[in-house]
Design a protein around this ligand. Structure first.
Ligand code: SF4
Length: 400
């Protein structure tokens, strides 16, 4: 009878698009290979805030991201390895496919069909960016995660759930911006009055987030806070920064100065990482809970990247500008096309961004440390849990 009941239960689970509940026997999860996907400890913590979480989610990425930056570079396959050659036929990189998570092609490098086939077979994402750094798309394999997408569609049909997620997202973003201004303007003397005024206005917007009744209202609050934030951004730079790299207001499509070219390029790197995480988790990037489809960009990626703009881009950009690492050789004025980073600038921006991603950070809610690179995927997985009605940890992190 027990066997029949177990069979019935297994068949019902197979028919359902809901995932089975997390086991109450926590010890079982310690050796379970599904733990990084299932996130049982995080779910227990969400149910019981006093739960002492064990980190079962890997702290570091186990595979690397291979950036192909220069036009004319060629990526080829030798057995199960991915090899990169420069314009004069010298080998400049060579990695076993197992060690590669993503190949990112910036501009007009050549990638052989043999490499693409290998990437498909090994579940390696290939991402394509234009020479100017605009994200073009990804070549990925399979259509996995169908059950997750079904749960995502069902969840997004619930306006209250969407609004709750959007409030948390916008709250985290504005809080990050406030903390960035507070931290960067902390010094011996009093904070300049203009900074105090901007921070006060941003706090007013932040306080109104929990009562916002629609995504449009949240966008309005986000816009008010962003206007104040960007109005003080140049004040975060020291006087010695090269005038070429000073910030003169946020401009996009095209960036009107070198600083905006750097910010836009770095945001595209972040966008790509978020798309990669969404695809790896198996969610549909075209369906966001806050942003609407108004451009070619994936709304869900635009949603999730709001969590990381300040820690992964704004903070390292300000720090590297203040270290005076950017010179006339790192950006080019393309006239009506706006400013672009040079090859040298793109390489330096990628190094800056990847270094920041590799830094460890302690999650204030789960209490364990992990790299920002892994945190992006963790947030997407926590979001996926929200779609199943479990947990509640998405967008709960704070800027350190
Ligand atoms: S990690 Fe998830 S699937 Fe694995 S034993 Fe724990 S609850 Fe079950």
């Amino acid at each position: 009878v027990d066997f029949d009941r177990a069979l019935e239960r297994a068949a019902a689970l197979r028919r359902s698009n809901q995932r089975p509940p997390v086991t109450p026997e926590a010890n079982r999860c310690l050796a379970c290979s599904l733990a990084p996907v299932c996130l049982p400890e995080e779910e227990r913590l969400a149910r019981d805030p006093a739960w002492d979480t064990v980190r079962l989610f890997p702290a570091d990425p186990d595979r690397l991201v291979l950036h192909i930056v220069e036009n004319g570079h060629r990526v080829s396959r030798a057995r199960e390895r991915i090899t990169v050659w420069n314009q004069i036929g010298e080998k400049i990189a060579d990695h076993p496919a197992e060690q590669v998570a993503q190949v990112v092609v910036h501009g007009n490098a050549q990638v052989t069909t043999q490499v693409l086939a290998l990437c498909m077979a090994k579940d390696i994402q290939v991402h394509w960016l234009s020479p100017g750094g605009r994200y073009l798309g990804a070549t990925t394999c399979g259509s996995g995660g169908v059950q997750r997408r079904l749960r995502q569609y069902e969840a997004l049909a619930q306006p209250a759930l969407r609004l709750g997620l959007a409030r948390r997202l916008v709250g985290t973003k504005i809080r990050d911006q406030v903390r960035h201004l507070l931290r960067a303007t902390r010094g011996d003397g009093p904070r300049p009055a203009v900074s105090e005024e901007a921070i006060a206005a941003m706090r007013v917007a932040l306080a109104r987030v929990p009562a916002a009744q629609s995504s449009d209202e949240l966008m309005g609050l986000e816009g008010e806070a962003a206007a104040r934030y960007w109005s003080r951004f140049d004040g975060l730079l020291i006087d010695e920064v090269d005038p070429l790299w000073r910030f003169r207001g946020r401009s996009r499509r095209p960036p009107r100065d070198a600083c905006n070219a750097l910010l836009s390029f770095a945001y595209q790197l972040l966008y790509r990482d978020v798309v990669a995480a969404i695809l790896a988790v198996g969610l549909e990037p075209s369906l966001g809970f806050h942003h609407q489809a108004r451009s070619q960009a994936y709304p869900l990626a635009e949603d999730v990247m709001e969590l990381f703009r300040v820690p992964l881009v704004d903070l390292p950009v300000v720090a590297s500008l203040n270290r005076r690492q950017w010179t006339v050789a790192h950006a080019t004025d393309c006239g009506p096309g706006g400013w672009l980073l040079s090859d040298l600038g793109r390489r330096q921006a990628i190094e800056m961004y990847e270094r920041r991603k590799a830094e460890s950070w302690k999650h204030p809610v789960t209490g364990y440390s992990l790299t920002y690179a892994r945190l992006i995927e963790l947030e997407v997985r926590l979001l996926e849990k929200e779609y199943t009605g479990s947990a509640g940890l998405f967008a709960r992190r704070n800027l350190r």
